[in-house]
Design a protein. Structure first.
Length: 352
């Protein structure tokens, strides 16, 4: 790639234009004559004659790839599933979510990609729930062209492991057990909230089970829900700081294992997650507690974990421990939670 100043007075024939790309925005006679990155062609002769001054340009060599073509290739390599690439805008190719799901980003691969000269890939944070049409990543070539060998190196990194993926949510069957003795409007409000939030994922409630604070009754209810095909069990009510809490005492009796008691996040630090085997299912069924039933209308730690589970991920100890980085869930953290009141979005490309 050779940089030079293009002077219209020096253009003797069309062959001199082959492989030439304008490296700056050029304006003249009150209008834009050329955009940065424009590849010159035969139809540009009239505009070239209007150039007010020599302009900066580059001549591409046989091993150079123009920014638009390179941006398309980079985006195709980075987008590993559940995303669609848009047309280039100033060499930036946006990747948008093709369906409602959980965004996964391989941060290590992203770091390796962005160490390459001329390569820029940027994403939303890992494990953010997204709507279809949401821009989740951008792939951009920073100069007007990039060497083929650099692009091949970027593609090789991207092909080693998925870099940007949107994992669709699965329609799960969920059992809900409460031990708070809810009644009237409080119970109805809690059930409406649970149905609304689970419905956003395409899940459905097998049934709500209201129980007294009796460990044996809770254990029986969990076993019955598992037998009826529950993929997830939510519990509400009780007292998680009480070692004699009925739900906590019921877990060992059904063969459940506590993954983590307590979450490194606030509010919601009293969240816990357990797992129990279901014979017809290869992965264990997660069981976790909600906030106080009367408070579940608000965003909680459970709303951070639920998208992971609904996307088919098994949540482990390290996942919950890692919540501590960014675990101060103040009002500015709203972007991390599911948009329960929306089904789609259509973000415009800005090309910046």
């Amino acid at each position: 790639m050779e940089a030079f100043a293009l002077d219209p007075a020096d253009l003797g024939n069309l062959d001199a234009l082959r492989g030439v790309v304008i490296a700056e925005e050029v304006r003249g006679n009150g209008r834009r004559l050329f955009a940065k990155g424009h590849r010159l062609g035969e139809g540009d002769l009239t505009s070239l004659a209007e150039l007010p001054r020599p302009v900066h340009a580059v001549r591409l060599g046989p091993a150079d790839v123009h920014e638009d073509a390179a941006g398309r290739r980079l985006a195709a390599a980075v987008g590993a599933g559940g995303v669609a690439a848009r047309d280039p805008v100033q060499s930036r190719v946006n990747l948008v979510a093709a369906a409602k799901g959980l965004l996964r980003v391989d941060a290590r691969a992203l770091l390796r990609l962005n160490r390459l000269d001329g390569i820029a890939v940027f994403t939303l944070p890992d494990r953010v729930p997204v709507l279809p049409g949401k821009i989740v990543a951008g792939a951009k070539i920073t100069p007007v062209a990039v060497p083929e060998e650099t692009l091949v190196a970027a593609e090789a990194i991207a092909h080693e492991s998925p870099v940007v993926v949107v994992k669709p949510f699965h329609a799960r069957s969920v059992g809900v057990i409460t031990t708070e003795g809810l009644a009237g409007k409080t119970r109805d409000r809690f059930r409406d909230t649970v149905n609304r939030k689970l419905g956003w994922y395409g899940a459905h409630v097998l049934r709500f089970v209201d129980l007294p604070g009796d460990p044996a009754a809770v254990a029986t209810a969990i076993a019955d829900l598992l037998g009826d095909g529950a993929d997830l069990i939510l519990t509400g009510g009780g007292n998680t700081i009480d070692p004699l809490d009925a739900t906590l005492l019921a877990l060992p009796g059904i063969g459940a294992t506590m993954v983590k008691f307590g979450a490194a996040a606030h509010p919601g630090s009293m969240f816990w997650l357990a797992e129990v085997a279901r014979p017809d299912r290869p992965a264990p069924v997660p069981i976790f507690n909600l906030a106080s039933c009367s408070m579940y209308s608000k965003a909680t730690v459970a709303d951070l974990i639920l998208p992971w589970i609904m996307a088919g991920e098994r949540v482990g100890l390290d996942d919950l421990a890692a919540l501590g980085h960014g675990g101060l869930l103040d009002r500015d953290m709203g972007w991390r939670f599911p948009a329960y009141d929306a089904e789609t979005t259509d973000e415009a490309d800005d090309g910046q």
